[in-house]
Design a protein around this ligand. Sequence first.
Ligand code: NAG
Ligand code: NAG
Ligand code: CA
Length: 218
Amino acid sequence: MEKLQFWLLVIAGFSGAVAQTDLHGKVFVFPKVTATAHVILKPRLAKPLWNVSVCLRFGCDLTRAYSLFSYATKAKDNDFLLFKPKPGSLSLYVGGEQVTFKVQKEQAQVHVCASWESATGIAELWVNGRPLPRKGLKKGYSVGNQGVLVLGQEQDTPGGKFDINQSFVGEITDVYMWDTLLSPDEVSLAMNNGVLPHVILDWRALSYETKDYVVIKP
Ligand SMILES: *[C@@H]1O[C@H](CO)[C@@H](O)[C@H](O)[C@H]1NC(C)=O
Ligand SMILES: *[C@@H]1O[C@H](CO)[C@@H](O)[C@H](O)[C@H]1NC(C)=O
Ligand SMILES: [Ca+2]
């Protein structure tokens, strides 16, 4: 670790901030089907979100439904959820509503970005850098900032009510979240692990907690 980074961490520690880890080049492995294994991520959410973007890379060979990115608030358990209902489909939920996109040519490793804009309701999905035809939902809504963000399980209440039949088994890496929309160039940058501004969840400085059987591997 760089000296400066070390001292910044020490200072952050003394000021009571959550420790952050650079997970560049690492993955979370969810090795088994369970209703318990998960990772809690701690995004910096100072205010409700009117623009939201999320990117992540995953590898999974399940053919049943599973959750990729579950953000739940007291008001809406599916306040912002990336969910794989079945092969060939990918759903985005905002404020409890959903839109489902057709995904062709599924690969073992998939990079996905999702963004949603309150002003228009437009939801946009990119799979391996390619945009899918846009859809819309929850125009005028704002995603709450008091929620719980979980990888590995699908929440039906903040931090809980997991369904083993929606659990994730496989690998997830390069998870980022922004309170802005992404341009096509920014999606490419995110895919190539470039650094983008306005990040509220940063894989290179991640605050997280693993629960039960989750392994961090190169
Ligand atoms: C959301 O994004 C749009 C388009 O980039 C921008 O015009 C708007 O100001 C943003 N809204 C907020 C609340 O950040
Ligand atoms: C999960 O799926 C299995 C097989 O379809 C079913 O028997 C079981 O009841 C389901 N469990 C839950 C918690 O829904
Ligand atoms: Ca749910």
